[in-house]
Ligand binder design. Structure first.
Ligand code: AMP
Length: 193
């Protein structure tokens, strides 16, 4: 994995743990020579990860819709900043530019991005690993819900391994590197769906 799309919150939680986590992830990715593709913002965890990766000599590519540039939340010091018309083009570019996805703690926008990466993997629009950094148990309920979808039968057995969970970045990157593509829906027979 040479470049990872990083999804994380644009907010700054009161607990400094989260901003510190983003800084650590940015630095570690830069030290490993892994480029960051992200939403191009300067605020919250997004800004923290970009700043720390850049400070450690890493490549950071932002992809941001025009409306957010107009709202002055774009980071102006990135290796590259792609300004796109809207969210659809933004997500397509995340998928085109990166060869894996990592989700850190975040809110609604972060969840939208994570679930789209999972849904597109399940369909077969990409075959890249989708990782969730469950730092300090922030995503425990989401991981439990993923298991429940499988138990009830809304998540097919072939796709249960699509969500790769790690409690530390090292653990997560190792698991993502070992990821084997699963059978996507576009290559399944209708009778098996
Ligand atoms: P949220 O988790 O709701 O803070 O949303 C963060 C995710 O949505 C990021 O990964 C971004 O791609 C996108 N996003 C939401 N708000 C912003 C913002 N102010 N600047 C840039 N991207 C944002």
């Amino acid at each position: 994995m040479k470049r990872l799309a990083i999804y994380c919150g644009s907010a700054t939680p009161a607990d400094p743990f989260y901003l510190e986590l983003a800084r650590e992830v940015g630095r570690m990715l830069a030290e490993r020579g892994v480029g960051v593709v992200y939403g191009g913002g300067r605020l919250g965890l997004m800004g923290a990860i970009a700043d720390s990766a850049l400070a450690a000599g890493g490549e950071v590519i932002g992809v941001i819709p025009q409306a957010l540039v107009d709202a002055e939340v774009a980071h102006r010091g990135l290796s590259e900043l792609h300004v796109v018309p809207g969210m659809h083009q933004r997500k397509q570019l995340f998928t085109d530019l990166a060869d894996g996805f990592v989700t850190l703690p975040g809110g609604t926008g972060t969840m939208d991005e994570l679930w789209e990466a999972l849904s597109w993997a399940q369909l077969g629009y990409h075959a890249d690993p989708v990782g969730l950094l469950n730092a300090r148990g922030y995503y425990d309920e989401l991981v439990a819900f993923w298991a429940k979808m499988g138990e009830v039968g809304f998540l097919r057995a072939q796709h249960r391994e699509l969500l790769i969970v790690g409690e530390t970045l090292e653990q997560l990157l190792d698991a993502m590197a070992a990821h084997a593509p699963t059978q996507p829906i576009v290559r399944m027979a209708a009778r098996d769906l």
